[in-house]
Design a protein around this ligand. Structure first.
Ligand code: DQA
Length: 413
């Protein structure tokens, strides 16, 4: 059993009542129970302490650090100015994780600065209780290998819905790699990119809405990502950032058993995902038909990837062999929405929905009930993630059995 000191600074005794918008609604007791439960699974004993007094916190660290293995600390406002706490943590010589419930970078300027950060392995902020659970996970990895796990990131805004940390985590386990992928959010993409450089992050997965806007900040972008104008993977090679698009690999994998040559493919969506699908269909000789809410979007798609745009009234199911939804319609929590007009779905078709949460979307359920062949977005999601880690590790990992195993884990988790 290893002992982790869980330390809470001034005013955190008021959690639950205090500024719930920033700090959430959990009381300190409830928060600690959640952390303790997770810690127990990892064979950690949590020794917790809260005080409003700087000296009391230092006394606690001095007294308990000789018998402890790690520290998780939310020093409250002391974070921003207590050099005494900085020294106490430094002298404790323990791996320490700094945690904040709120995102201290998105608040008043004076909260931006942390003087204890230098003596901590990592700072996690803005994830409420989840940040503490991540801290336990990082300490588990650190203490098991005695060196810090490699930290990767997934960047987006919002980021809560992303399953990339889970997927990457499972792939790391499979590869026996000591790494974690942390979700990081900020409305400013430039700040996210400078974090990747500053913290020497090896791999950053990029999700909505930054797949396009991140491009100008990169040192180099590969040809296909440039063509699609969408980057979902950043690899940091000695401080230079390289952009890739592994969604392409995901789409190719999902459609690997579908003959596309000369097939009429109805495509909904003209964002990063839509452009990715269009590139794959074009490469494989399919005939693209666009149905977009905005006329300009279809015009742009035709310009980049060929094909034709059609009005819904003029289309019938007989004109379509393959239906692909690359819009977010039908995604959790709005799962009852149907992304494709019902009259366009028929039994002779293959229907592919890029939405992976839920696995069986309304579109796929309707298509299946009509006898069409259906493909869920989950395979694509898994393969784009595997490819990201292949690019980062420079190793070939992909294997259908692994995809199948990961699928079960992701659906469950
Ligand atoms: C805090 C952020 C600090 O700026 C503030 O003084 C706190 C809580 C957080 O968890 O978000 O007390 O550490």
């Amino acid at each position: 059993m290893k002992t982790i000191l869980l330390i809470h600074g001034p005013n955190l005794n008021l959690l639950g009542k205090r500024d719930p918008l920033h700090y959430g609604s959990l009381t300190l007791g409830k928060l600690e129970n959640i952390v303790k439960r997770k810690a127990k699974i990892n064979n950690f004993i949590i020794k917790s302490f809260q005080s409003n007094h700087e000296g009391a916190l230092i006394d606690f660290i001095q007294k308990n650090s000789p018998k402890a293995d790690g520290v998780i600390i939310n020093a409250g406002a002391l974070t921003h100015y207590s050099y005494a706490l900085h020294d106490a943590l430094m002298d404790a010589k323990l791996p320490a994780i700094e945690v904040h419930l709120s995102n201290i970078k998105d608040r008043e300027n004076w909260r931006n600065k942390s003087v204890i950060k230098k003596v901590c392995l990592l700072a996690i902020s803005g994830k409420k209780e989840k940040g503490y659970l991540e801290a336990v996970e990082v300490l588990r990895k650190y203490l098991n290998s005695n060196k810090p796990p490699m930290i990767n990131m997934v960047i987006g805004n919002p980021i809560k819905q992303s399953k990339s940390p889970l997927l990457h985590g499972e792939i790391y386990k499979f590869l026996k790699l000591d790494a974690v992928t942390l979700p990081v959010s900020n409305s400013n993409v430039r700040k996210l990119v400078s974090k990747i450089k500053k913290e020497s992050i090896g791999l950053a997965a990029v999700t909505m809405p930054f797949k396009k806007t991140v491009i100008p900040f990169l040192d180099s972008v590969d040809a296909i990502a440039k063509k699609i104008n969408s980057v979902n993977t950043i690899i940091n090679k000695n401080g230079k950032l390289f952009g890739y698009n592994t969604d392409v690999d995901g789409v190719q994998y999902a459609l690997r058993n579908v003959k596309l040559k000369n097939k009429k493919v109805l495509l909904l969506g003209a964002g990063g995902a839509g452009r990715t699908v269009a590139a794959v269909i074009r490469e494989q000789g399919g005939r693209l038909i666009y149905l977009n809410r905005k006329e300009e979007e279809s015009i742009q798609m035709k310009k980049n990837f060929g094909g034709q745009s059609m009005k819904e009234q003029k289309l019938s199911a007989q004109d379509i062999d393959v239906v692909i939804n690359a819009t977010p319609v039908g995604m959790f929590p709005l799962t009852t929405s149907l992304s494709v007009p019902s009259k366009l779905i028929s039994r002779h078709q293959t229907v592919f929905d890029l939405v992976y949460n839920p696995e069986a979307t309304r579109l796929l359920k309707v298509s299946k009930s009509r006898g069409a062949k259906v493909i869920s977005g989950i395979d694509m999601f898994i393969v784009q993630g595997i490819r990201q880690i292949e690019l980062w590790t420079n190793k070939k990992i992909i294997d259908p059995k692994l995809v199948y195993q990961l699928k079960k884990l992701i659906i469950k988790g």
